[in-house]
Design a protein around this ligand. Sequence first.
Ligand code: PLP
Length: 385
Amino acid sequence: MTKSDHEAAFETLAIHAGQAPDESHGAVMEPIVLASTFAQPEPAKPKLYEYSRSGNPTRAALEACLAALEKASSGFAFASGSAAATTLLHCLSPGDEVLCGDDVYGGTYRLLTRVAPGLGIKTTFADTSDTQQFLAALTPKTRLVWLESPTNPLLKLADIARIAERVREAGARVVVDNTFASPALQTPLELGADVVLHSTTKYINGHSDVVGGALLTSDAELAEKLKFLQNALGAVPSPFDCYLVLRGIKTLAVRMQRHVETAGALSERLSAHPGVLRVHYPGLAQHPQHALARKQMRGGGGIISVELTGGTERARQFLTRLRIFTLAESLGGVESLAEHPASMTHASIPAAQRQAIGIGDGLVRLSVGLEHERDLWKDLEQALA
Ligand SMILES: *Cc1c(COP(=O)(O)O)cnc(C)c1O
């Protein structure tokens, strides 16, 4: 498909964007081009590609496909979501400031608090679910606003359109980490964001067998910088990984639809269970930002966080009793996973701060996979008993 075909529906773009049967053999699947270098007809006059760090056909197909799904004009693929974040951070200059949500991915928090200061970049953290208060933390030096919506693990939302409008007036840019929603459920650039970040490791690849990342933008100046930095910093993915992610994307629309249906049903059942104090899920009517979820998302997603009655010991019992849900970090794959944020993904946050932002010892996070809802509910029920 060519760029002019971008009006096609999401399901169609997921399968065809950036890809066409190859010209020499007609192969219908994108070939994995492993070559590190490409023959040039004349000195310094390469055809399309010269060296695979600066550009590679398999990677280019993935980048074009991801850009189409996020309604962006440019896409850049990276070796991980963290590599994408690192590259984006290098678009800033010493003295610049970042305003970031206070409930972001632990690795993003670590990058902004322990790596960015070395580049002369200061970060302020604020709660994105209170738009007014969040925007009040903007300073004249804020150059980048870093949003995650829904957040991890509390599934709080940021009003992307309202924040983006105000940030644009202030002359800064907004990045939205869209990993939890995926472009099937939310397209931040259409809401006014400047750049979208993905850990393709999660829903986009969807099969828990690749670590990868991406940045998507329609901002020509930013795209130019990212292209330079992608090559200069060199945190690029292998052609084989690009192929696997492209393959995963083909089923993204149908996977997300089922993740949403099953997570929606399980969140209702969990809410009614006496062993559960509270369920965090944007698709539930009782979620404090449910109206915003309906406005900017096309479904509540596949992640549910559950506060169990009782603390760490109860959470430990529950997690070790699960049989279909696997106790593991990560999310977004076909298989259901469960984890304990306080002792696993969010253990690096000091206990007092964890409590203050609402990550209690009884909180467990579920990544609802594609197994049958009945089997998943039976599993949760027996582990709660
Ligand atoms: C996993 C994740 C990342 C980091 O991605 P990696 O591919 O693990 O480097 C960033 N943001 C979110 C929301 C994530 O879940």
